[in-house]
Design a protein around this ligand. Structure first.
Ligand code: ARG
Length: 395
């Protein structure tokens, strides 16, 4: 038997390598993906997997694919789960799942495996992806199966000479679109996250005293430039994570409804996502009609839910993308923002496709809006409620 394991190099997935060999008598091939975590230790991770007995190791940089095929669609969809979470971890899972299948097919493996628990959303995202792409592959989720406490797991690791990293206070996951932080002291929803939970963002109080102005260029709904300079997609996001992080932008603290029905306290730091989603939404306000904007909110909300709940390959997601992409044909232009002590505020916007008409909007000279038309318009606009009101008074 041959199994491809999504391997991060951490304790759980390291134990998975041994556990799979022992319990499934399977050869293990590890797959480690670079999604912009700036892993300098990719070689080290491969070494570790080999020492644990992996027969082959893969490490692949998929940052560009991640931005182009997952993050850009998320920007166009203004994707925020429950209005707050930019679905960073959620977006990475279908990509990792896709690569698991790809390598499994290449290696003629029988199974794929991941280190997710039975309580989280990630198991759904991995498994729905694998099922959609190749239902022949067996899926093994050791952490869900083995039922070990952390102590038992450490014992198991010691017995098998698996290196044990210092116990971290939190469970974290990161990629270019954001960093997710859970568990430990965060499980008390009343308790403010301590500073050591954060890694990408400066404490807002300690951020620079002076606001920093940035200008983001968009083309067809996708960011293409920063401060008048064209930037490659991955670089642009990295740069915004740095700039936003410096100003303490993008800290999110929320109660979240997981797929399995649990409410959990989640903390995120997503500087680039916070900046870009705010900027993109504003450019849509400028370039889409009122009807488009109001309708798109529903589509956007559904898109984020599908992504969050692991339904990336539900055909409806592609249908929604078709609608969303059509709307983005006019979403080009620039948005000016100021970053200051935890905030990213839009202060200016312009577009060749702008629907803003100064002649109609102005309260000064040059007003072309015909005020007299409003009177008749409002009689008709209010007619249905006028008639209903008359009935109510009669009853
Ligand atoms: N709650 C977030 C989500 O479901 C973050 C999950 C973080 N994953 C992790 N393995 N720590 O998308």
């Amino acid at each position: 038997m041959k199994t491809v394991l999504a391997y991060s190099g951490g304790l759980d997935t390291s134990v998975c390598v041994k556990w799979l060999q022992e319990n499934y008598k399977t050869d293990v091939i590890t797959l480690t993906l670079e999604l912009g975590q700036n892993r300098k230790d990719m070689k080290e991770i491969e070494e570790r997997a080999k020492e644990l007995g992996a027969i082959k190791t893969y490490s692949i940089d998929v940052s560009r694919e991640f931005i182009g095929e997952y993050v850009h669609p998320a920007i166009k969809a203004n994707a925020l789960y429950e209005g707050k979470y930019p679905v960073a971890t959620a977006l990475s899972r279908p990509l990792i799942g896709k690569w698991l299948v790809k390598i499994a097919e290449k290696e003629k493996a029988d199974a794929v495996s991941h280190g997710s628990t039975g309580k989280g959303n990630d198991q759904a995202r991995f498994e729905l992806t694998v099922r959609a792409l190749n239902p022949e592959l067996e899926i093994i989720a050791p952490v869900r199966e083995w039922n070990m406490t952390r102590d038992k797991e450490v014992e198991y690791a010691k017995k098998h000479r698996i290196p044990i990293p210092p116990k971290s206070k939190y469970s974290t996951d990161e990629n270019l679109w954001g960093r997710s932080i859970e568990a430990g002291p965060l499980e008390d929803p009343m308790k403010k996250p301590e500073e050591d939970a954060f890694d990408w963002t400066t404490q807002p109080e300690k951020a620079p005293e002076k606001a920093e102005r940035i200008e983001i260029g968009f083309n067809w709904g996708v960011p293409v430039g920063l401060n008048n300079k064209k930037l490659e997609s991955v670089e642009l996001i990295k740069e915004l994570n740095k700039l936003g992080g410096k100003h303490g932008v993008g800290r999110i603290d929320m109660i979240e409804d997981r797929l399995v029905g649990i409410k959990s306290r989640e903390v995120y730091e997503c500087p680039a996502a916070t900046i870009l989603l705010e900027a993109h939404r504003e450019l849509e306000r400028l370039t889409l009609t009122r009807e488009q904007n109001l309708f798109k909110e529903h589509i956007d909300r559904k898109w984020a839910q599908l992504t969050y709940f692991g339904q990336w390959y539900e055909p409806l997601r592609e249908d929604l993308d078709a609608f969303i992409n059509k709307t983005q044909e006019v979403v080009s232009g620039i948005v000016v923002m100021e970053l200051y002590k935890g905030n990213a505020r839009v202060v200016g916007r312009s577009s060749p496709n702008s629907l803003y008409d100064l002649g109609l909007a102005t309260y000064d000279r040059g007003d072309r809006f015909d005020h007299k038309l409003a009177e008749g318009f409002l009689r008709l606009w209010g007619l249905p409620s006028e008639i209903a009101g008359r009935r109510k008074r009669k009853l």
